[in-house]
Design a protein around this ligand. Structure first.
Ligand SMILES: O=P(O)(O)OC[C@H]1O[C@](O)(CO)[C@@H](O)[C@@H]1O
Length: 540
């Protein structure tokens, strides 16, 4: 048994399989040959239904991929993760975000500590919602990366569960153009600032926190202790900053896996304790699915295996995520950190350079907006980019009367668009078909054969469709946990450490060296480009 999938003998079997039938696989022909394809390649996990049938896979491909997972000891590695072994070996840490959503009284690691921390955080959130922390109308959450993207995405997604009289604002960028317009609309006496930073050393967050504090005092704010709270695993640094109320957490919670911890405080303030607990419960249901379901029906495992099939055999370097729900419009940004910071690695656990590709580029936009921007390239461009559609069956517009009817109709349009895009990507259109069609906007003088080639689509472009019955705290929790585990699966099979992020350190260090030069204008010793740019940016 090997832990690096490209060193497994099954890898060579997969290469042979790819050469024999994978490269030329035609999804359309596969549907024609097998009336049961949809049933065989669609899977139900807690809260999430997944149609994998529009992918370039069939039973033999999946069987080989599952054999690869078995040969690489995926189940043992999953169990080590869930048990709390120090799988983040470069930092000597366990990775236990699953423990954060285990119910009270379970035998998950640190359960008593987790429940005490959760109870305290939720009690505080409820006290803000009840007005016991003053008449708070606005909460400004200051954090970046994992201390921003998860909470911001979830609050956006659960808008239907929030209160109109309590607004949440998220500020992350060190660029003052992020903070300034938020502060401009606020009254200091009615504002609560949450400073979120696992390390409490992050430049962007500390700069925004200092600026927010200065603004608060300049507005006549007097009680900093009452209007500023922190969520951090470095509560000593938060105290040194002048914050009395700090909710702590543990080094075994990775930044990009931290929305389930006290970093989720803005979520709890926005949607309340019961909904926060439902979010945790949905994630826990997915954890149990991941922990106990046989690999052949285990959705995070199957999605991860298809990712490997595409990344390492088909050579696809990117995956596009298209959530057909406006509430999920920040999901692609959240997934970029989850997947690319986790799996954007070039060496294996022993530090040996990898000879295979790891994290794909993950990107996307809410449907239908993306259709009118980059879907042209997905349909007719030269690169094949697997697309992941997310459809939500029942909307929650919170409307009544005529408006409710109109919006219900719009929801049918939304779903029709979602289905149409995956259908179009798969079906394509031949030049011969295009030739038979009328194209009212086409040139009347251009040769019809030339025109038909412009209007043809290659098709056979793969996609996965995930379906939620409704976008609720519980289903969102399950969806996020599904993605977390899928990222673990691919990272484990590639034999990399998905839980460190050394790649962001170099830029941080160089920034600290350059910062004083932005004042002094000193360019000595710099490379020619950096010197030239610095001179231009600092010239009088
Ligand atoms: O929560 P912190 O410590 O401020 O870190 C913010 C982010 O910075 C990183 O360390 C690097 O981008 C992320 O992993 C993390 O989520």
């Amino acid at each position: 048994m090997t832990t690096r999938c490209d060193l497994s003998p099954v890898w060579a079997e997969l290469q042979a399989h790819y050469a024999a039938s994978g490269r030329g696989f035609d999804i359309r022909a596969a549907f024609q040959a097998d009336a049961g394809r949809f049933g065989a390649l669609s899977f139900q996990a807690p809260e999430v239904f997944a149609d994998l049938s529009k992918n370039r896979i069939d039973a033999p491909t999946l069987a080989l991929l599952l054999k690869l997972a078995a040969d690489c000891g995926l189940e043992a590695r999953r169990d080590a993760l869930l048990r709390g072994d120090p799988v983040n070996h470069t930092e000597g840490r366990a990775v236990l975000h699953t423990a954060l959503r285990a119910p009270a009284g379970s035998d998950a690691p640190f359960n008593a500590d987790v429940q005490a921390s959760l109870d305290a955080m939720l009690a505080f959130a409820e006290s803000v919602r009840r007005g016991e922390r003053g008449d708070i109308t606005d909460v400004v959450h200051i954090g970046i990366g994992g201390s921003d993207l998860g909470p911001a995405m979830v609050v956006q997604a659960l808008q239907a569960f929030t209160r109109r009289d309590l607004k949440l604002h998220f500020v992350s960028n060190v660029d003052g153009h992020d903070l300034a317009p938020v502060l401009a609309g606020l009254d200091a006496q009615h504002t609560l600032f949450v400073i979120a930073s696992k390390t409490f050393t992050t430049q962007e967050t500390l700069a925004n926190a200092q600026a927010a504090k200065a603004w608060f005092l300049s507005q006549g704010g007097t009680n900093v202790a009452r209007h500023f709270v922190a969520t951090s695993s470095n509560t000593a640094a938060a105290a040194a900053f002048g914050i009395d109320t700090a909710f702590g957490f543990w080094d075994w919670v990775g930044g990009r896996y931290s929305l389930w911890s006290v970093i989720g405080l803005p979520i709890a303030i926005a949607v309340g304790a019961d909904n926060f607990r439902a979010l945790l419960a949905g994630a826990h249901a997915m954890d149990q699915h991941f922990a106990a379901t046989p690999l052949a029906q285990n959705l995070p495992v199957l999605l991860g295996l298809v990712d490997i099939w595409y990344r390492n055999f088909h050579g696809f370097t990117s995956r596009s995520v298209a959530p057909y729900h406006q509430g999920l419009r920040r999901l692609p940004a959240y997934l970029q950190q989850l997947e690319m910071e986790s799996n954007g690695k070039g060496v294996d656990l022993d530090g040996h350079a990898l000879a295979i590709g790891t994290s794909p580029v993950v990107w996307g936009e809410a449907g239908t907006n993306g259709q009118h921007a980059y879907f042209q390239m997905l349909h007719q461009g030269t690169d094949v980019i697997p697309v992941e559609f997310i459809a939500v069956k029942r909307p929650n517009h919170g409307a009544s009367g005529d408006l409710a009817e109109k919006l219900a109709d719009q929801h049918r349009k939304l779903l029709a668009n979602c289905l149409a895009q995956s259908q179009a990507l798969m079906q394509g259109k031949t030049a011969a078909e295009a030739l038979t069609e009328k194209a009212p906007t086409a040139s009347a003088t251009l040769d019809r054969d030339v025109l038909s080639r412009h209007r043809s689509f290659p098709g056979n472009r793969p996609s996965t469709t995930l379906v939620l019955d409704a976008l609720t705290p519980r289903s969102l929790g399950a969806l996020i946990a599904l993605y977390e585990h899928r990222v673990f699966v691919t990272g484990a099979l590639w034999g990399i450490n998905s839980f460190d992020q050394w790649g962001v350190e170099l830029g941080k260090a160089l920034c600290n060296q350059l910062l004083p030069r932005l004042d002094s204008g000193d360019t000595s010793g710099l490379d020619g480009s950096t010197a030239g740019l610095l001179a231009r940016l600092t010239a009088a």
